[in-house]
Design a protein. Structure first.
Length: 296
C-alpha cells in the first residue's frame, strides 16, 4: 500500500510523478529515485522537485484529468527536464527559470499526447530539453556544468554498467545511485527491475561491439535507454522477452548512431525504439503471433 496516499496526497502525487520516469506508478519508488538523485548532487534533487511541482501545478491550473494527475502522468517529463538542465549547465538564475518554463512546456506537450492516446513516453522531455540546450549553447550561452564537461574522468569497469544504467536514466552516474534506483523499481515491480537489468547488460555488450569507448560504456551511457525499453515490455511470457530484445537492440543502434554524429542523446533512442517495436508488434503477421503463442 502506498504509505503517502492517505496522509499526504499531494506529496503522493509528486512522488508518483518522479516514479513515472521509469513507468512506475508508486510514490515510494519516486522517493527512492529522489534519494538517488540527492546522493549524487543536491542541486539536481532540488531541480527535480521544482520541476515535478511545476508540472503538477500546471496540470491542475489547466484542469487536466484528476486521475491522470494523481498517477503522475503529466509531470514525469517535467521532472526529467529539471534534472537534465542542472546536469548540462551551471545552476544560475536563467537555468532555474528555464526549468520552470521547460517543465510547463513538457507537461502541456505530454498532456496533448495523452489526450490523443499516443504513447510517446519521454518524448516531451527530449523535445523541450533539445530546444533549451540549443538556446543555451547557441543563442544565450550558459556555462556548462562540471559534471557534463568532466564525465569521462570517472572511469569505470564494464560490470558496473549494468547497475549504472538505472541511475543514468535520471542522469546519476554513481553505482550507489544506480542501486537505489534499481531498488525503487524492484519494490514496485520485481519483473520490471530484472528486465531492466538484463536490458542494461545487453546495452553495454552491444555497444562494445560498435567500438564505443569502454569508460563511457562503464558509466552506463549506452545502457539507460535499454533499461527503459526492457521495462516497457517486461512480462512473464516468452514473447515479452522477444519484444524487449528487439526494442533494446534498436535503442543501442540508435544510441550509437546519435553519439557518432554528436547529437544529444537523452532518452530519444528509448522513445524511437519503443515506438518502432510497438508498431511492429501491432502490425506483425499472424505467422509471428502463432510462433509466439506456441512458445508461450
Amino acid at each position: 500500500m502506498d504509505i503517502f496516499k492517505k496522509r499526504l496526497p499531494f506529496i503522493n502525487t509528486l512522488l508518483k510523478g518522479v516514479g513515472q520516469i521509469m513507468l512506475q506508478e508508486n510514490a515510494l519508488t519516486g522517493l527512492f529515485f529522489l534519494v538517488g538523485i540527492f546522493y549524487d548532487l543536491k542541486v539536481m534533487g532540488i531541480a527535480a522537485i521544482l520541476a515535478v511541482l511545476t508540472g503538477t501545478l500546471t496540470a491542475r491550473v489547466f484542469r487536466f484529468d484528476t486521475e491522470e494527475i494523481g498517477k503522475g502522468l503529466d509531470a514525469f517529463s517535467a521532472a526529467l527536464v529539471g534534472v537534465a538542465l542542472t546536469y548540462y549547465f551551471q545552476p544560475v538564475f536563467v537555468v532555474w527559470l528555464a526549468i520552470i518554463v521547460g517543465s510547463v512546456a513538457a507537461t502541456l506537450i505530454q498532456h496533448w499526447f495523452i489526450v490523443r492516446k499516443i504513447p510517446v513516453f519521454t518524448l516531451p522531455f527530449v523535445l523541450v530539453t533539445w530546444v533549451i540546450i540549443y538556446l543555451f549553447y547557441r543563442v544565450y550561452p550558459v556555462e556548462p556544468s562540471s559534471i557534463s564537461t568532466g564525465i569521462i574522468v570517472h572511469t569505470q569497469y564494464y560490470f558496473t554498467a549494468a547497475i549504472r544504467g538505472f541511475g543514468e536514466v535520471i542522469f546519476q552516474g554513481t553505482a550507489f545511485a544506480g542501486i537505489i534506483v534499481f531498488l525503487g523499481v524492484f519494490i514496485n515491480s520485481p519483473i520490471s527491475a530484472l528486465y531492466g537489468l538484463a536490458g542494461s547488460i545487453m546495452g553495454a555488450a552491444l555497444s562494445a561491439n560498435f567500438s564505443a569507448p569502454p569508460e563511457v560504456i562503464g558509466l552506463g551511457l549506452f545502457s539507460y535507454n535499454a533499461v527503459l525499453c526492457a521495462i516497457v515490455f517486461a512480462g512473464d511470457r516468452p514473447k515479452d522477452g522477444v519484444w524487449a530484445l528487439i526494442a533494446v537492440t534498436l535503442s543501442v543502434f540508435i544510441n550509437v548512431a546519435m553519439t557518432r554524429y554528436n547529437i544529444v542523446v537523452l532518452t530519444f533512442p528509448f522513445v524511437a525504439a519503443t515506438c518502432i517495436t510497438l508498431t511492429i508488434k501491432k502490425y506483425s503477421s499472424p505467422y509471428l503471433e502463432k510462433i509466439f503463442t506456441k512458445i508461450s
